[in-house]
Design a protein. Structure first.
Length: 452
């Protein structure tokens, strides 16, 4: 749907409506996050119980998902436990080692979770290892950090690291150093020989990686040649899709000890015309370990992109039948009406009308059809005299389709950056869009053809 200059600023009423809609969205996201946190807390409680029972086998089966990155910052060491059997052996060896020091049980003082997208989180616990008389085994308090990933079997740990509580990071210095190294990392990715430079100057092996392609699964690269080949293939694929450069939008550094830090980065893979290659605003978590040779990146973990999760099924016109019907709702002091025809002959069409004070301000025609492996939405807006707003229709390509939602990204010069339609369980028709100039708008419509 196109919003012209006359209604791009809808005044105080629509601003309040948008605030209320945003609050509803935030409540929904908060509820989802709360459910995830509760599920991870249950897994962590089970882990502590199994740990105190020294049940290495159950831990490897119920708590972890191989491959697992195991980090020992104090010893300047890290390794990948490639299989469930290796995870079991690691914990069996750990139990033998701590028993030799008089350990009988561990207690946890507190747990903190930090979400990284909808299906990944970083957990931090403060704990003590106790002897039979209740005295702690030095150091008295320890910190363990975990990366949780939501798998088909539920929330599982894919990274583990621990260090003494007194091993405090130098936050300012570490933040500055890693920000500079991330700049270097991006410069290398945008350079002439990106894979060779990144593997040589940034990575340290073995490494853990997680992409945002569905289905989500993590993996390990054990050698430099393997990393170089994989990174080269990934970058070559992006270049074939029009990649010109990678641009950083946001960067946060989270030091957890003197030798371990997490970095969250949001970037865009930009084409030569300056527009992002979908999906835009891709977030990653990078794990850095301070080795004798300096700070090195040992894990690259993409956050889940919602639009990728929704692309579980192929794009299909026929699966857009939920749009069919007449919809109506307020848009500031105006009324927006949309009439969608049912899918037929590989197309779907709609007529849109905006009226204010008894007068029609514009009429819009929308057509959706199959275009290769995606769906293409074209729209054109006409004024009250049926003069087109611009010479050529706006063109958008589908990037995600679910049972009752579809998301498009603009591909023509005047198109919206993002346009999404969805119908909620309560039957409300929601339109979310981001215009070419960055305005974000949420419109809520209801059926107007009930009983007709």
């Amino acid at each position: 749907m196109e919003i012209n200059g006359k209604i791009s600023i809808l005044g105080h009423v629509i601003f309040v409506v948008l605030l209320l809609m945003a609050a509803d969205c935030q409540r929904s996201e908060a509820a989802e996050a709360a459910n995830s946190l509760s599920a991870m807390k249950t897994v962590m409680d089970r882990f502590i119980k199994l740990f105190n029972a020294t049940d290495a086998k159950a831990i490897s089966q119920e708590i972890y998902a191989a491959p697992v990155l195991q980090i020992n910052p104090e010893a300047d060491e890290h390794q990948v436990l490639k299989t469930e059997e290796e995870v079991e052996k690691f914990w069996a060896d750990q139990f033998e080692a701590i028993k030799s020091k008089g350990w009988v049980r561990s207690t946890v003082d507190d747990i903190d979770f930090r979400m990284a997208g909808s299906d990944m989180a970083i957990a931090s616990i403060r704990f003590s290892r106790l002897r039979a008389n209740g005295e702690p085994i030095p150091p008295a308090r320890r910190i363990a950090n975990y990366v949780f990933l939501k798998t088909n079997e539920g929330w599982r740990i894919i990274l583990v690291s621990s260090h003494p509580e007194q091993d405090k990071p130098s936050v300012a210095q570490t933040t500055e150093t890693l920000a500079q190294l991330m700049d270097r990392y991006v410069d290398l990715l945008n350079g002439k020989e990106p894979a060779a430079g990144v593997v040589r100057d940034i990575y340290r092996h073995p490494r853990l990686s997680l992409g945002f392609s569905e289905p989500r699964s993590h993996g390990a690269t054990l050698t430099e040649p393997e990393s170089k080949e994989r990174l080269s293939g990934y970058l070559n694929k992006l270049k074939s899709e029009g990649l010109d450069e990678i641009v950083v939008d946001d960067l946060k550094v989270w030091p957890v000890s003197r030798k371990l830090a997490f970095v969250e980065l949001v970037s865009n893979r930009v084409g030569s015309d300056g527009t992002p290659i979908p999906p835009a605003n891709t977030p990653f978590t990078y794990v850095w370990l301070k080795k004798k040779s300096g700070w090195r990146m040992i894990a690259t973990l993409a956050h889940r992109m919602e639009e990728n999760r929704l692309k579980a099924e192929a794009f299909s016109i026929d699966r857009l039948d939920w749009l069919t019907g007449r919809w109506q709702g307020p848009l500031g002091d105006a009324v927006l009406e949309e009439a969608w025809l049912p899918p037929k002959a590989d197309t779907l069409g709609a007529v849109v009308r905006l009226t204010r004070n008894g007068k029609t301000e514009f009429v819009e025609i929308i057509k959706i059809e199959e275009a290769g492996e995606t769906l293409e939405l074209r729209l054109q807006i006409f004024d009250s005299e049926l003069k087109p707003h611009v010479a050529e229709p706006r063109v958008h390509h589908a990037v995600a389709q679910d049972k009752h939602s579809i998301t498009f990204h603009g591909v023509s010069p005047k198109a919206h950056r993002m346009l999404k339609y969805k119908v909620t369980e309560s039957g409300q028709f929601i339109i979310l869009l981001e215009t070419i100039d960055g305005q974000e708008l949420t419109i809520e419509l209801t059926r107007s053809d009930q009983g007709s």
